[in-house]
Ligand binder design. Structure first.
Ligand SMILES: *[C@@H]1O[C@H](CO)[C@@H](O)[C@H](O)[C@H]1NC(C)=O
Ligand SMILES: *[C@@H]1O[C@H](CO)[C@@H](O)[C@H](O)[C@H]1NC(C)=O
Length: 471
């Protein structure tokens, strides 16, 4: 397979009539790995929900002489085991070392051999806290803490009895200085934390995104508000330019006023661009049209974005079927590309206030959306079967997870193919395990079976990425 792709590059490259192709190429799945569903972190709690956001620790990715790669993935858990109710789970990230041994062969590996192509080993966790050391919580924020000094109004479970910041983490960007950005679903806000996990700064998005119910700001994730982000449709996507100066946050699907009430009208998701070199400032805002299912025209919401060149971005869109869901057969899970170069910048317009940009799912005529192009399917049966995993069929350990949510890129460090990257994709298992511990209590998921924390690694050619910008 690689040989065939290499040949086509060679042919194009040998003719002066063709400049190097700018089209991205999917060279296939090259590794699979997982952290078992019942694994524990250093606090004794279950490791779960970690595919929500994954990032490579800057400078950690290296190539060995034998063709294997080593690195550290920083993975961020979401709000804890919440299949039944939300829990008082402190937000956190885990550092996981890996050895990647890419497999390019076409004959199928056994599941055991396949799982050795990406060997993952837990190293440590960083717990998130507010400035004075108070732990964050995953509990639903039914209450608010008023704005004070540099902080905006914040989501808390109960201002009287449980005045702790509620965070449902979804996106993660690691800065070179060790600080990091986390985007969340409750606010939906973007938080900057210091390297050891202490909150440093809060970005509050425009009025259009802030959830309002009956006229008041209401951050609860249990109810759809009247306007602003829909429940559990917050900032799933977060990425930054390689210099860390521009931060991009994208909603999972449309706001309530933009058609977010119904998955048939919720396809117009907003992307926000912040200049974060000094004090964060909104400098751009675009509408991205999400794909819809062929038959029922249901919106396939997005779960992560990744910076390519400032105009083009990877975006992970999917249905929820697979392990962790009631239905094992997925129809669509894909890492695609959108391009904002021709799209209308709506930041600072009436659309940042209460005016809908796509009322009832119909885009305003003065707004040009981003263009959207399908790229890489995560449910290609030929690719999955090379690694002993499957889409649909039995609910066993080899069934691929339903909720793929995190992406990361690393250079293949191949001088013959300088535009080749490894695309890491992580799944959120919703802490589904029969042998769990959370907030000091043992639990067994009501889903009824273990769902491992799965990872897939693809090899892709991305000619639009400026060479040397991704290590
Ligand atoms: C948010 O809405 C819920 C449900 O209606 C309600 O219980 C809660 O008090 C509201 N919170 C605020 C801050 O208004
Ligand atoms: C948005 O609303 C604010 C507060 O009401 C107002 O000051 C501002 O002018 C509005 N902006 C636009 C572009 O409508």
């Amino acid at each position: 397979m690689l040989a065939a792709v290499g040949l086509s590059i060679l042919l194009f490259g040998s003719s002066p009539a063709f400049s190097q192709s700018t089209a991205p190429v999917n060279k296939g799945l090259v590794a699979f790995g997982y952290i078992p569903a019942n694994a524990r972190d250093s606090t004794g709690e279950t490791i779960g929900g970690i595919g929500s956001a994954i990032a490579l620790k800057p400078g950690s990715f290296t190539k060995a002489a034998d063709g294997t790669f080593k690195g550290t993935l920083v993975v961020q858990a979401d709000r804890g085991y919440n299949v039944d109710v939300t829990v008082d789970y402190q937000a956190r990230q885990h550092h996981v070392n890996f050895v990647l041994t890419p497999y390019y062969g076409s004959s199928p590996l056994s599941f055991t051999d396949a799982a050795n192509t990406l060997k993952l080993s837990y190293k440590k966790s960083i717990l998130y806290k507010e400035r004075w050391g108070k732990a964050t919580t995953g509990l639903d924020p039914l209450s608010t803490r008023p704005a004070w000094t540099i902080d905006p109004i914040l989501p808390v479970p109960d201002i009287q009895t449980k005045n702790q910041l509620s965070v449902d983490p979804e996106g993660l960007v690691l800065n070179r200085d060790g600080t990091f950005w986390t985007s969340d679903e409750y606010g939906p806000y973007i938080y900057r934390f210091l390297s050891e996990g202490t909150l440093a700064y809060v970005i509050k998005p425009p009025t259009a995104v802030i959830p309002r119910l009956g006229g008041a700001i209401n951050f609860s994730g249990e109810i759809d508000p009247d306007s602003g982000r829909a429940s559990n449709q917050g900032f799933e996507g977060l990425t930054a330019s390689p210099d860390g100066h521009k931060l991009y946050a994208m909603l999972q699907s449309a706001t309530m006023q933009d058609g977010g009430t119904d998955d048939k009208t919720s396809r117009y998701a907003r992307l926000f661009v912040y200049d974060v070199k000094l004090i964060p400032k909104l400098i751009g805002e675009y509408v991205v049209p999400l794909p819809q299912t062929a038959k029922k025209k249901k919106t396939l919401a997005q779960s992560d974005i990744h910076y390519l060149d400032g105009q083009k971005f990877l975006v992970l869109t999917r249905d929820g079927h697979g392990n962790g869901d009631d239905e094992s057969l997925s129809d669509y899970k894909s890492v695609d590309i959108f391009d904002i170069s021709g799209a209308t910048d709506i930041h600072g317009t009436q659309y940042d206030n209460s005016t809908a940009v796509s009322p009832g799912g119909v885009l305003a005529s003065d707004v040009v959306p981003a263009t959207y192009t399908p790229f890489l399917s995560l449910i290609d049966g030929t690719q999955l079967s090379r690694f002993g995993v499957h889409n649909g069929g039995n609910f066993d350990q080899q069934l691929i997870a339903g909720k793929w949510e995190g992406t990361a890129l690393a250079s293949c460090k191949d001088s013959e193919y300088p535009d080749d990257y490894f695309l890491f994709v992580g799944a959120d298992n919703d802490f589904n395990t029969l042998d769990g511990t959370m907030v000091g209590q043992p639990y067994s998921t009501s889903y009824g079976q273990d769902v491992d924390n799965q990872f897939l690694v693809y090899r892709v050619t991305l000619p639009m990425v400026p060479r040397g910008s991704i290590g």
